[in-house]
Design a protein around this ligand. Structure first.
Ligand code: NAD
Length: 498
């Protein structure tokens, strides 16, 4: 339906779009108690989009109290699991039915091409809610083997109130990865969206109630990270913080937990993912296309972006030449409401300045710009796709997460050096290896220090795949059954039979 709209029609729909700009607490849209505001800016135009309520600690108190009341009442956690499944399934259906509104809200605030919203973010969020909905009535306990004088069973219970703090790069989807398992397990949720993308979370919470979710179970508080995010993570009545964002802020979550009530902390943080292309790979063009999409897709604003291309020396020249040929024109900056655009602006002018400063640093450090390295003549915060060759792994552009469409090609000699360079990073979110040799592939899987490894592909997966990092990329897992269980705790009941 909607993908067939023209750019003009998308603009008309964007102009006609009505949306909430406050918080969602206890089943209702509300303003901040202190009436604070911040401005959401459209990165494609750098013009203000709307004023949004900037919450404070008092708004977090209100939302956490609402979540706690709902939890204590048992209205959600003690609902028959099959009924909870029904609510979450209807919720997934309502997200699908509102695909166009979600697509517009995230595109207008963070600049993602509307076609990516409709083909990736919205369907993936629907799938996430459907998957966890289906698991709602499959959370089992256990009876263990004991001596004859005892009966021992283990219950699995929800944690209580879960605080979810999410980034702006996939606003709807990153929220879904946290909120869906937390709700399916019977918890209450307080979601804090990124200040750059504050709108889609409000629609999400509203639709949960429309689907039959009890008021107070799913709350949203908007505002700045240092105020609202910190207040949530420091709250003594929050049982878990599920965080996705930068490594720097992720570390603060651990501090906040220690400074407050020792709440559980799950962290999905940054990355500098290596893609290893060995000389025996089967199909150079296929590998190059994956390399291009792996770093330029979503403007490079992807935690697992394949930002380091580790290329075996015998094929390095051919690989880079083909990357230049295909990659130079694969992504073109344009209006994100144009359904043919595949490269939107970066999220803010400030983030563009940061990405540009990394590009300048790469040039100064002696890497060679094969293409890009500049910004297009458009009014928004755009950066052109950029390939650096002659990079070594000690350069800043090979070590730090740029979070933009900037690839660093590093030449290596064979699998041993490739693995050593791949693992020489503080990050360990994802990695890939391209080879025809089975033994090499399995050796790479064994030795790569990353939570997700792809062989002869990149960024493939489904809901069964645990997603999360080794090292400073984090210590939680999203998607998958393991994620659901991380929103529960066990209770052991030991019954003396005498
Ligand atoms: P960020 O760390 O700046 O912000 C993330 C969230 O934390 C936002 O909601 C923000 O408001 C909040 N926040 C900021 N400071 C805070 C504080 N002092 N206390 C509490 N909350 C605070 O990250 P970002 O720029 O929004 O997102 C980009 C980062 O997210 C990248 O590093 C990227 O790799 C990472 N990311 C990781 C994954 C993953 O699954 N591993 C997925 C997407 C993004």
């Amino acid at each position: 339906m909607t993908t067939e709209l023209s750019t003009r029609e998308w603009h008309a729909r964007a102009a006609a779009l009505r949306y909430a700009t406050g918080h969602f607490i206890d089943g209702a849209h509300v303003d901040s108690l202190a009436k604070g505001r911040f401005t959401a800016v459209n990165p494609a135009t750098l013009q203000p989009l709307c004023e949004v309520s900037a919450g404070g600690a008092a708004d977090i108190d209100r939302a956490v109290a609402s979540g706690r009341r709902a939890f204590a009442s048992g209205v959600w956690r003690r609902m028959a699991p099959r009924d909870r499944l029904g609510v979450l399934s209807r919720f997934a259906g309502l997200i699908q039915a509102n695909a166009e509104r979600f697509a517009l809200l995230d595109t207008l605030t963070m600049g993602k091409p509307i076609r990516d919203m409709l083909s990736i973010d919205v369907p993936s969020a629907v799938q996430t809610f459907s998957y966890f909905a289906e698991l709602s009535d499959k959370i089992d306990g256990a009876v263990t083997a004991t001596a004859a004088d005892a009966f021992h069973y283990i219950l699995r219970e929800p944690l209580g109130v879960v605080g979810c703090i999410v980034p702006w790069n996939y606003p709807l989807l990153m929220a879904a990865w946290k909120v869906a398992p937390a709700l399916a397990a019977g918890n209450s949720v307080v979601l804090k969206p990124a200040e750059q993308s504050p709108l889609s979370a409000l629609l999400m919470a509203e639709l949960f109630v429309e689907a039959g979710g009890p008021p107070g179970v799913f709350n949203v508080v908007n505002g700045l990270g240092e105020t609202v995010g910190a207040a949530l993570a420091l709250h003594n009545d929050v049982n878990k913080i599920a965080f996705t964002g930068s490594t720097e802020v992720g570390k603060l979550m651990l501090v906040y937990a220690g400074q407050s009530n020792m709440k559980r902390v799950a962290l999905e943080c940054g990355g500098k993912s290596p893609q290893i292309f060995l000389a025996d790979l089967e199909d150079l063009d296929r590998a190059v296309n994956y390399a291009i999409n792996g770093i330029f897709g979503n403007m490079g604003e992807v935690c697992n972006a394949g930002s380091r291309l580790l290329i075996d020396k015998p094929i390095a020249e051919a690989f880079i030449a083909r990357f230049v040929e295909l990659g130079k024109t694969a992504y073109r900056a344009g209006d994100p409401l144009d359904p043919t655009t595949n490269l939107g602006p970066l999220v803010t002018a400030g983030h563009r300045a940061r990405v540009v400063s990394y590009i300048e640093r790469g040039k100064r450090d002696g890497a060679r710009v094969e293409f890009g390295g500049d910004t297009p003549a458009l009014p928004g915060s755009y950066v052109n796709p950029t390939l650096f060759s002659r990079v070594n792994n000690q350069m800043t552009i090979a070590r730090e997460e740029i979070f933009g469409p900037v690839a660093a090609a590093i030449e290596v000699s064979g699998i041993t050096e490739a693995l050593q360079v791949a693992n020489d990073s503080i990050y360990g979110l994802a990695a890939s290896v391209w080879t025809r040799d089975l033994r090499t592939a399995h050796t790479a899987v064994r030795d790569l220090e990353a939570g997700v490894i792809w062989v002869n592909c990149f960024d493939h997966g489904d809901m069964t795949q645990p997603f999360g990092g080794y090292k400073q990329s984090g210590q939680g897992r999203d998607k998958c059954l393991e994620s659901l269980l991380s929103y529960t705790q066990t209770k052991s009941a030991w019954i003396h039979l005498g």
